[in-house]
Design a protein around this ligand. Structure first.
Ligand code: AHM
Ligand code: MG
Length: 342
């Protein structure tokens, strides 16, 4: 084997060796997540064939109901990890409540929260979608885990990452020791280290990313920030490029590689925005922080926010340090968070 080829398995093992006290539990969880990503990626690739083999909700030729891809992804991740003996609780964006590990399996010391297929409404248009995951230690005292384990702030994450099902499938993760990206080589079915020690550019390619259709619902500070980025606030700044896929994993991945600013702000109708703190904002914040960027809700570090509900949402601003300083200056200057009017 070419000595420069590092598979995700080897990378995880090498990292584990740096910690003599490590039990291998976290490595196993990450490895199983990579396996689940391959299975999900395979189905995403076949998504266009759904019209040929049967519509979602219909019965396929094997007599099985054809499931929505996000339900499938949810199930694949749960079943890849329920029996590993290292998790006590899982919580998914697709499920209302936490999911305890079935009694027949051992209960472990870690907690997994995940968004199985973010941006799934884009699938029919063949646009990139992704899986986002976050891992914490168990903190509850009981034998089998509880909601307390899922409701932990982002700074306590022990690992986080995402998988992007795009023109290639990529897995990016951190355990707090750098951010590392792997590209799936479909010919051998392995994630290969392609982006070691990822760093977000300090400013990058002058790109901002936001659903600007909501402009009239935004706070004055945010409106002024975007006018600055467009160079129409009298500052005579050269206009930035606007890029918005509408699929968070793709927008964040581009921001990580090229730099710039990604925003999903609150607005007058949704003061707390749309993105979920536990499944989307906190893990992406750990990645962006680990790569030298920052993530806030306009006022607070995302990683400092204590969740109170599984599905609570948060405004999200993340990106290069230079742009996050602008967010502090413009959005942070708004005296009050927005209050819903409808
Ligand atoms: P989902 O979890 O229902 O897929 O929604 C999350 C997605 C993100 O990927 C993306 O950033 C956002 O919704 C786009 O929302 P909008 O269409 O309002 O811009
Ligand atoms: Mg989502």
């Amino acid at each position: 084997m070419d000595r420069s080829v590092v598979t995700i398995g080897r990378h995880i093992m090498d990292a584990e060796r740096l910690y003599p006290e490590a039990t291998g539990a976290l490595s196993t969880i990450l490895y199983e997540l990579a396996l689940a990503a391959k299975l999900i990626g395979r189905e995403v690739r076949r998504a266009g064939l759904v019209d040929i083999i049967g519509q979602t909700g219909h019965v396929n030729v094997h007599g099985e109901r054809v499931r929505k891809l996000d339900e499938y992804a949810d199930d694949v991740i749960f079943r890849a990890l329920d029996h590993c003996g290292h998790l006590c609780v899982m919580a998914s964006e697709e499920e209302e409540d936490i999911r305890l590990i079935p009694e027949k399996f051992e209960c472990g010391n870690y907690v997994l929260t995940y968004d199985p297929l973010d941006g799934s409404s884009n699938i029919d248009a063949n646009i990139s979608v992704g899986t986002i995951f976050s891992i914490h230690h168990k903190v509850s005292k009981g034998p089998r885990g509880s909601i307390e384990d899922a409701l932990q702030p982002g700074y306590r994450q022990v690992a986080a990452g995402y998988v992007m099902y795009g023109s290639s499938t990529m897995l990016v993760y951190t355990t707090g020791r750098g951010v590392h990206g792997f590209t799936l080589d479909p010919s051998i079915g392995e994630f290969i280290l392609s982006h070691p020690w990822m760093r977000i550019p300090a400013a990058g390619q002058r790109i901002y990313s936001v659903n600007e259709g909501n402009f009239s619902y935004w706070s004055p500070g945010l409106q002024r920030l975007v006018e600055r980025l467009k160079g129409i606030d009298g500052s005579n700044e050269k206009p930035h490029s606007a890029r918005y896929v509408g699929s968070m994993v793709a927008d964040v991945h581009r921001t990580l590689l090229y730099g710039g600013l990604f925003m999903y702000p609150g607005d007058v109708h949704h003061p707390r925005g749309k993105l979920r703190l536990l499944y989307e904002a906190a893990p992406m914040a750990m990645i962006i922080n680990g790569a030298g960027g920052r993530a806030t809700d306009g006022y607070r570090d995302i990683l400092s926010i204590q969740p109170t509900e599984l599905h609570e949402t948060t405004p999200l601003y993340l990106g290069s340090p230079a742009y996050m300083d602008l967010v502090d200056e413009f959005v942070g200057a708004d005296p009050e968070p927005l209050v819903a009017t409808a």
